[in-house]
Design a protein around this ligand. Sequence first.
Ligand SMILES: *[C@@H]1O[C@H](CO)[C@@H](O)[C@H](O)[C@H]1NC(C)=O
Ligand SMILES: *[C@@H]1O[C@H](CO)[C@@H](O)[C@H](O)[C@H]1NC(C)=O
Ligand SMILES: *[C@@H]1O[C@H](CO)[C@@H](O)[C@H](O)[C@H]1NC(C)=O
Ligand SMILES: [Zn+2]
Length: 463
Amino acid sequence: MAKNKPGRSGFTSYPWCRLSQTLLFLNVLAVAATATATADDSNFPSSPIWSPHPSKKLTKPVVLLISSDGFRFGYQFKTETPNIDLLISRGTEAQTGLIPVFPTMTFPNHNSIATGLYPAYHGIIMNKFTDPITGELFNRNLDPKWWLGEPLWVTAVNQGLKAATYFWPGADVHKGSWTCPKGFCKAPYNVSVPLEERVDTILSYLDLPETEIPDFMALYLDQPDIQGHEYGPDDPRVTEAVAKVDKMIGRVINGLKKRKVFSDVHVVLLGDHGMVTNCDKKVIYIDDLADWIKIPADWIQAYSPVLAMNPRWGKDVKNPGEKNAEVVAKMNEALSSGKVENGEFLQVYLKEKLPERLHYSESSRIPPIIGMVGEGLIVRQNRTDAHECYGDHGYDNMFFSMRSIFIGHGPRFRRGKKVPSFENVQIYNVVADILGLRPAPNNGSSLFTRSLLLPFGETAQVE
Ligand SMILES: *[C@@H]1O[C@H](CO)[C@@H](O)[C@H](O)[C@H]1NC(C)=O
Ligand SMILES: *[C@@H]1O[C@H](CO)[C@@H](O)[C@H](O)[C@H]1NC(C)=O
Ligand SMILES: *[C@@H]1O[C@H](CO)[C@@H](O)[C@H](O)[C@H]1NC(C)=O
Ligand SMILES: [Zn+2]
């Protein structure tokens, strides 16, 4: 989630969602999920694991989306992960991981996964930020005005399907036909609820009559992010947390098998971002730039892993944009002078000039000046600010350490298939396609779903 520290959940103070709500009509359209015994296709490796769809208990497509916070790509090689391995061998995996959006933080990424939009378009541009125009603070607020775009649970209920969410960041915001119905929308986040209880609650929905089973379910697991922050990604306690997450996946698989729906339910396992240590003690001190430019602390909204600056110009300043450009130029001059300690690890931009690949300019909520911080580096105002050693994320999404995992398993996912890494904004379309939903406008490519999914109804034609 956010920055480390035990008991850091300002979260637990969120009011419980009080509204219970009439559940919407089930999806009459729900055509039978495609069976997968296809004679297709050139994309399949001739894999012995691939076998015809053995049973078909559910007659509608169901998606269970599971997020493991801070599950850095590569963690699956730290220890035995037999359950994750099972999903991989029988499903589709992003072979070198899932690419998060920038900034690689929890709230922006969970909302990009849910909406298919980059943060500039879904509005959650950091976990915590101040709107430069209104001066209002966003700190995981539930007021829908902050949450732009249309998350999957809203798309689902707007189009007559049912949805359920468990601690998914932002899922307790009321939008469209989604009112976070009691019993099907577990919130607010509570770190003390055991992962087993979260998994079992989701599984219990599958005991409902089929028409009542949520078509879309989203489950949030806060490990191994907690341990990664506290001890850094290489600590044995992170390895233990990875094993724990794998156990939870095993619990999901067994629960589905027990209910004879393991081959019917689409399980998508992913993470929001990776983790990197900042224990190398490479720090950039803003006050070290003073010979070039003095930057007051109250211009800075966030130091690292993303430097976010909103200079406060007086009323007399006619062209703040020009002044901001001067600040950027002066800062970069200082940083590249060779005279600022670790200066080479920070580059400052007017947000409009950030590399296009970051998609991080088209929002008035993004402060005018953004500094891209080197991998694992820390930015502080001055040397009196204590530096503790821990793990962090939020850095450039180009860094491999920020990557997470993606595995899709179920009738529509190609079996034993590896795909190249892709950005998490693609996932919205994939889930919408499986559920037969009309996607809201988003930043994924509609063609992308073809690389992960078997065409809908393909088998009908083949048979
Ligand atoms: C959080 O969960 C624990 C364990 O279930 C429970 O005892 C506690 O009351 C919960 N806290 C809140 C604020 O709901
Ligand atoms: C260091 O920066 C902090 C703000 O981050 C400020 O409160 C403190 O007074 C500064 N100390 C010195 C010695 O400038
Ligand atoms: C992302 O999607 C939104 C909504 O369709 C659109 O306005 C925006 O231009 C898109 N941005 C990019 C970079 O594709
Ligand atoms: Zn985190």
